[in-house]
Design a binder for this molecule. Sequence first.
Ligand SMILES: Cc1ncc(COP(=O)(O)O)c(C=O)c1O
Length: 363
Amino acid sequence: MSEMKRAHNFNAGPAGLPLEVMLQAQAELLDYKGTGMSIIEMSHRSKEFEAMINEAEADMRELLAIPANYKVLFMQGGASLQFSTIPMNFRPAGASADYIVTGAWSKKALQEAQKLGAVHASADMKAANYNGLPASLALDPKAAYLYYCSNETIHGVEFFHTPKAPAGVELICDSSSDFMSRPVDISQYAYFYAGAQKNVGPAGVVIGILREDMLARVPANLPVMLDYKVQAENNSLYNTPPCFSIYMVGLVMKWIKKMGGLAGIEARNTAKSGLIYKTIDSSGGFFKGHAQPEARSRMNVTFRLPTEELEAQFAAEAKKQNMIGLKGHRSVGGLRASIYNAVELSDVEVLTQFMQEFQKKNG
Ligand SMILES: Cc1ncc(COP(=O)(O)O)c(C=O)c1O
């Protein structure tokens, strides 16, 4: 076998997974725990599968200290389907819901909710080109919930505080791109969800952490696959779940535990992002960060160069040196280094060294 060449993977999602997790999945692919079958070849009703999904959930509960009155749901449809199911399940007929719009994903969530009923933007950072967090919120005390996205993947804007909802207004968070990248107090949320494909696994599964009393809001006769109550009552096994994705999430949970849990992961992520932002800040303006310093994402570092030509050249030359995924999202341009949990500090060091050399040659 030729020597394996793994990329310095800065993809925004799907993204790199820890090498040891990939190797374990490879080793178990043909024979999961002596069954003579792969995890993707067996019934989701088998005792092996059930033990696996229960363990994945138990490890996630332990890592996030999820309180006992919360359900953990493993669902399909991507985080994008949640944009619709959240208002369907949690916004009673005639009620309005508040959305904090800090980038492309919270905007999409608001737009989807708007198709089905009333919404109100508590803030919209569009005028600032989604480069920061709102200084104040226009909150409706009668809103069914207050929704926000803790990390805007495209703009590279992250919340480091929890927005405060008025008394009686439930808080809902899309944590797709900073899920399990740091500790979080789940008890502040009525619903906290994330697609797996950035920090905790492959695409195909969405994790929803739901306070049980919210199930009382779910209206009767929702389409069965869009009904959180059905998912909760059937422990995510109403129908065939995304078996392989859940299995991979389970392996990543074990890896996070080995890395010192979420506190250990957070320290690692702070060091990685800190190094890139330091390189940006000490470049004398050659590199310009998109996000305001207080909102700088630790997951997606978005930055610009003096010209679009230089940006294209940067991405192309980086690619030649095995650094993949640095081109910014097509909607905003520029560059973006996504440095999720699995990205190593050594990958980031290769990138920052390249940034400095690129500036020397082209600055
Ligand atoms: C913050 C955030 N929310 C939602 C989504 C949509 O996820 P999906 O592609 O799984 O529907 C993404 C995708 O990148 C995202 O970054």
